[in-house]
Design a protein around this ligand. Structure first.
Ligand code: PLP
Length: 219
């Protein structure tokens, strides 16, 4: 199936309140343009250099989502234009994003990444760490960032019951935080393999790569 057909099929499955971010990492500009020409405007990238190259070359009305693990020393390269930073997992990183937001005279929208998986390798804050961060004075002083919600990745397993449990733990946590006067607008979870389940569990934004662009080849 073509990118166009894949997108059409996906769009027909997603409820209107769910945003589709097309994950174009490792894919050429032509692939992004093919999706763009079907009306897709939200794209996700994992690597700073790849993102800045695509930003320079491609239409300026694309909303670029940074979904990878962001290093503090690279924030400056994406701060002028990034639409949403998904993977913020420390106060230190948030402070750097805030600093770059000030420099660029903009408020940078961010999602805090939460650790919900059983694996050791995934990045993210625990629920306790996240709450402590949101209630800290240092956080309250950051005026050039805005926390829009949370991002998470479930365990990489075929066990749907476990994935569901992990997704629901995030949804429950988000409800709790919302009730504490931190409005949570965006819950970013669900990828090609688990987006239907993610949406049933309360996701409002799915990040989908291979189901749109085909398998990735890393060289
Ligand atoms: C690559 C990636 C995706 C997309 O994964 P697919 O399985 O290809 O849909 C989503 N989120 C993050 C954080 C990724 O790194």
């Amino acid at each position: 199936m073509s990118i166009k057909d894949n997108l059409k099929k996906l769009k027909s499955e997603l409820p209107p309140h769910v945003t589709l971010v097309a994950v174009s990492k490792t894919k050429p500009h032509e692939a992004v343009m093919e999706a763009y020409e079907c009306g897709q405007r939200d794209f996700g990238e994992n690597y700073v250099q790849e993102l800045t190259e695509k930003y320079d070359a491609l239409p300026k009305d694309i909303r670029w989502h940074f979904i990878g693990h962001l290093q503090s020393n690279k924030v400056k390269f994406i701060a002028p234009f990034v639409y949403l930073i998904h993977g913020v997992d420390s106060l230190k990183l948030l402070q750097e994003i805030n600093k770059q937001g000030e420099k660029n005279k903009r408020i940078i929208p961010c999602l805090l990444q939460l650790y919900i998986a059983r694996e050791e390798t995934k990045f993210g804050l625990s629920f306790e760490e996240c709450e402590a961060l949101l209630h800290s004075d240092l956080f309250k002083n950051l005026t050039s960032i805005q926390i829009k919600g949370f991002m998470a990745m479930a365990s990489n397993t075929d066990n749907q019951t476990q994935v569901e449990r992990e997704f629901l733990s995030l949804k429950t946590f988000a409800n709790k935080i919302s009730s504490e006067n931190f409005p949570i607008e965006i819950l970013s979870f669900g990828m090609s393999g688990d987006y239907s389940l993610a949406i049933r569990c309360g996701s409002t934004l799915v990040r989908i790569g291979s189901s749109i662009f085909g398998e990735r080849r890393y060289t």
